[in-house]
Write a protein that binds this ligand. Structure first.
Ligand code: FES
Length: 283
């Protein structure tokens, strides 16, 4: 029989454990997928081109604040909230509209309770798994540098603000300016994307606290029936936060790849606007 040792009865040393299952598969898979996603996103967000096709706008670029229509595969300036590309933009930075918004979903994800667990395990080994020896025993909670993680409760406001824009872009993709209403594979992809990102955002622990988690008793602490219903729904999403975190991450990647390939003329789109070219940008 294995002898318990070390802190909390765990085996001592990095990666040491009495567990007999393949505990390392989850952390290795998470690290591989997440690293691949970040590399792709960084590349795509720096491009500033091939992010729009027909009625579709890549969610990496939504909401679109400015557009440079001289770039191939860009959106029309009329689609951007503030029109054409600003002259004040520093020339040493890539002229990509994605850079205006990347900070908000980026900080929201990186401070998310689920992603913290994932990267503490997969990248820092603190610890790499339950009942598995960590790199060191010096983890002191969300203090010191990691106190910045507490900003998550504020990033959720910005993440919530982005949701209507994503739905707007998704619903707009069912109408191609100049060609009328219709539906294409891209429209469905964008609508599912907005739903999955909503499911991820509305299952946030900080949002769950705001919506009712701070109350001990709904009927006696000022909570109403509608608030209880909303909190119950958020709790349901919260219990599936891990699944929605990955599903929304993967789906937004699929949307960008699909629209990018479409914009470059490398794939066709199954849609009701047959015969129209998607190349060289969107409406
Ligand atoms: S805890 Fe994951 S988004 Fe807030």
């Amino acid at each position: 029989m294995a002898t318990a040792s070390g802190v909390g009865g765990h085996a001592d040393g990095f990666g040491a454990t009495h567990r007999t299952d393949n505990w390392w598969v989850g952390p290795v898979l998470s690290a591989t997928l997440f690293t691949s996603w970040v590399l792709y996103y960084t590349w795509a967000a720096l491009q500033g081109k091939y992010y729009a096709a027909g009625p579709y706008l890549s969610p990496f670029y939504a909401p679109l604040l400015f557009s440079d229509p001289t770039q191939p595969g860009s959106a029309a300036a009329a689609h951007a909230f503030f029109g054409t590309w600003p002259a004040w933009w520093p020339s040493f930075l890539p002229a990509s509209p994605a850079l205006f918004i990347a900070f908000f979903p980026g900080t929201f994800r990186m401070t998310c309770y689920y992603y913290r667990k994932m990267y503490y395990r997969s990248f820092f080994g603190m610890p790499p798994g339950c009942a598995v020896g960590p790199v060191s025993h010096n983890y002191s909670g969300e203090t010191g540098l990691l106190v910045i993680q507490n900003l998550h409760r504020y990033t959720v406001y910005f993440a919530l603000l982005l949701l209507p824009f994503l739905f707007w872009e998704a619903l707009s993709s069912f109408y191609w300016a100049g060609h009328g209403p219709g539906v294409g594979v891209g429209s469905v992809l964008l609508l599912v994307n907005a739903i999955l990102l909503s499911a991820y955002t509305l299952g946030c622990h900080a949002w769950r606290h705001l919506i009712g988690g701070r109350l001990n008793c709904f009927s006696c602490d000022g909570g109403a029936e509608a608030q209880h219903e909303a909190w119950t729904f958020t709790s349901w999403l919260n219990g599936r936060h891990l699944q929605f975190a990955w599903a929304s991450l993967g789906w937004i990647f699929v949307c960008d790849v699909y629209i990018r390939l479409l914009s470059m003329g490398l794939i066709p789109d199954l849609n009701t606007w047959q015969g129209l070219s998607y190349m060289n940008g969107g409406h």
